[in-house]
Design a protein around this ligand. Structure first.
Ligand code: WTA
Length: 647
């Protein structure tokens, strides 16, 4: 990467945890945090054994960590079951009748499920899976809206040791098909449709299209959610509610090895093909249990709301597994934040008395734009803690979040992590670590994070570099599904034995981390990861396109927007309708979130003499800057002049 990683942000404001908050907090001072952190780094065995000991194991582990770079085994020899830890574990006392899930659908329908009820539903659905010949180790695609059944399906898989792979409901049929092929899934769990801004998303139809022509899928289980007409393929498709008629609520949990695969979640990388990030059982559960407890400083009576969709890692770790493993009430909301009006979130907080809100900077920036009047209509005094995740939060958005949403009294935890890390890695602990707007502050327990230069040497304070992690941690990915070589190469080879995050960062003189964003060819659009080469592949698969280069452009609302430079084949004439067609084409291949915000037709793309597209130049052109920097390797300067003139 030739670009320098620069970070010009200078932020002087510091917010100490308020006395009232500190009093009830689990970690009460910077001193206590540092003591615990030191132990977690120097004696990880001891630290993590204590955390793991708070969970239920069918058989205790023999060793906390076996590390043969870059392959880790956490709690090897141990056996446990995730659904037991999320459900059965809480049935022995008063938590039994506490709400496990509070749910609101976009049209306004509501449900509450106690831990006991959720346990029953999970056991019954696990029996449905068994009835449909889904076995331990089988891969199951879950393509559902954010409804309780998504959590039920995930937990039911874990109950029998099946491996789920949740596909975000906004992804297209092609994306589903690719994922099925990559992991060799045997079943799909879906719904007839889901709601988005009042419209019905035809989920089952997308699944039908994905399965067209034959795949490894033998069974499709369909939940009736939206009541839209769908096709039922005899012999392949069954209705969720019908299947329930054949089963009872008794389903013994299968204790699996600590390293048994728990789930695969596909995410974008710097190549054209999404990677199946593989998470396993014991370490992942310990990681999300522990981060959830300390970062959100949980109390028994909390109503906790993470606004993420179930299709992203945040939905896995902090909508479903983290809260339930801790016996915490998790609120789920199916729809858009501005449906039917821009006060939907505030309405929900008031109605359910939400205490902890965990959301994304892109949402916060949208709220700012929609105006404070929408918040003023609602009583938000139940909130006591706010969280942010998904991308860097700009200090002004942070201040607005603190003042307007948190009424100036709630600490903000800006949590940095990734699909690959499984759990939160860099974050304030709200009762212990003073916060600075825009900084994710300090590493969580057991996380040995550092900022290094191109040679892997740690840089000094306030110098930008690459963010790496120097020691394994319990919830880390174990591999890219079916591709150990790619796993090694992508994450562990640039600096041998160190995990490369792909992010740029700097540390200030207090050791606080300031994340700049991705330094590889991955975009972060509205908190969603998109690989530039994935979008390029989609564009090039269109018959009119010769070449395509996709870059990100800074965007006030979405963080980044997608700009595509496209050259067409000789006989093709460019037009606005071709632009529309190309956007639709990307929508079909990947999903609506990947559609370019802008398409620019060009006669040629700027390339180095060795034929590499010079993205840095395109980025500058896309953001309307005059091209500075080094152009000495550019093959043809006139290309650049033409691109800039396109404005
Ligand atoms: C970015 C989402 C700054 C980062 C959990 C990372 C952040 C990518 C933050 C992972 C944060 C996430 N501050 N940047 N608090 N949280 N990121 O896999 O670039 O969807 O590498 O996981 O989001 O995105 P992913």
């Amino acid at each position: 990467m030739a670009e320098n990683i620069e970070s010009h942000l200078v932020e002087k404001r510091v917010f100490k945890p308020a006395k009232g908050f500190v009093k009830g907090a689990r970690v009460k001072s910077l001193e206590q945090y540092r003591r615990m952190y030191r132990e977690s780094i120097t004696r990880p065995d001891k630290f993590w054994a204590r955390e793991a000991g708070e969970l239920v194991w069918e058989r205790r582990w023999k060793s906390v960590l076996k590390w043969k770079v870059p392959f880790a085994q956490w709690f090897a020899g141990g056996k446990l079951n995730v659904s037991v830890n999320c459900l059965d574990r809480h049935l022995g006392g008063p938590t039994r009748n506490k709400a496990a899930i509070l749910w609101e659908g976009e049209p306004g329908d509501k449900r509450a499920l106690t831990f006991q009820q959720l346990h029953r539903d999970v056991c019954r659905f696990a029996n449905v899976l068994k009835r449909n010949k889904i076995r331990k180790g089988d891969r199951v695609i879950i393509y559902l809206p954010t409804i309780p059944e998504a959590a039920i399906a995930m937990l039911a898989c874990t109950r029998i040791g099946a491996v789920h792979s949740v596909v975000f409901g906004g992804f297209s049929a092609d994306s589903i098909r690719d994922r099925i092929a990559d992991c060799g899934a045997v079943a799909v769990i879906t719904a007839d449709g889901g709601y988005r801004r009042g419209a019905i998303v035809p989920l089952k139809k997308n699944v039908d299209d994905a399965l067209h022509g034959g795949t490894s899928i033998k069974r499709v289980i369909v939940f009736r959610r939206a009541g839209n007409d769908i096709h039922i393929e005899e012999g392949r498709d069954v209705w969720w509610h019908r299947e329930l008629e054949y089963v009872d609520a008794h389903c013994p949990a299968v204790a699996v090895d600590s390293e048994h695969p728990l789930y695969i979640l596909y995410t974008s990388g710097s190549t054209g093909k999404p990677k199946g990030i593989l998470h396993t059982t014991g370490g992942y559960l310990v990681g999300i249990y522990s981060t959830m407890k300390y970062v959100f400083d949980l109390r028994d009576e909390d109503v906790y709301w993470c606004t993420a969709d179930i299709g992203w890692v945040t939905g896995h770790s902090y909508v479903v597994y983290g809260p339930l493993a801790n016996g915490t009430t998790t609120l789920m909301y199916e729809g858009a934040p501005n449906w039917p009006e821009p006060d939907r979130f505030w309405r929900i907080i008031e109605e359910y008395g939400v205490n902890i809100l965990y959301t994304a900077p892109t949402a916060i920036r949208a709220f700012i734009r929609w105006g404070d009047q929408w918040l003023k209509k609602h009583d938000l005094s139940s909130l006591r803690l706010l969280g942010s995740v998904g991308e860097p939060i700009n200090p002004e958005a942070w201040m607005w979040y603190r003042d307007k949403v948190g009424g100036g009294r709630c600490p903000i935890v800006d949590t940095w992590w990734q699909t690959e890390t499984g759990a939160i890695m860099i974050t304030p602990l709200p009762g212990a670590i003073p916060t600075k707007p825009g900084s994710a502050t300090l590493p969580f327990f057991g996380v040995d994070a550092a900022v290094v230069d191109e040679k892997g040497n740690e840089v000094s304070a306030n110098v930008g570099g690459r963010l790496i992690i120097r020691q394994p941690w319990p919830s880390m990915l174990r591999s890219i599904y079916g591709d150990k070589e790619r796993y090694k190469k992508q994450y562990w080879s640039e600096f041998k034995g160190r995990y490369l995050t792909g992010d740029g960062a700097r540390r200030d003189k207090d050791g606080y981390f300031w994340i700049v964003g991705r330094i590889d060819d991955v975009l972060n659009v509205a908190g969603h990861r998109l690989g530039t080469s994935e979008i390029e592949s989609a564009l090039v698969s269109h018959p009119s396109v010769a070449e395509a280069a996709v870059v990100g452009r800074p965007d006030e609302l979405k963080g980044q927007s997608v700009v595509a430079f496209v050259t067409v084949k000789g006989s093709v004439t460019v037009s606005t309708s071709l632009k529309t067609e190309l956007r639709e084409h990307v929508g079909i291949h990947i999903g609506a979130i990947a559609k370019p915000d802008e398409i620019r037709f060009a006669e040629a793309l700027p390339k180095t003499r060795s034929g590499k597209i010079m993205r840095r130049l395109l980025k500058e052109v896309a953001s309307g800057k005059t091209v500075t920097g080094d152009t000495t390797t550019l093959e043809d300067l006139s290309v650049l002049a033409k691109l800039s003139a396109e404005e």
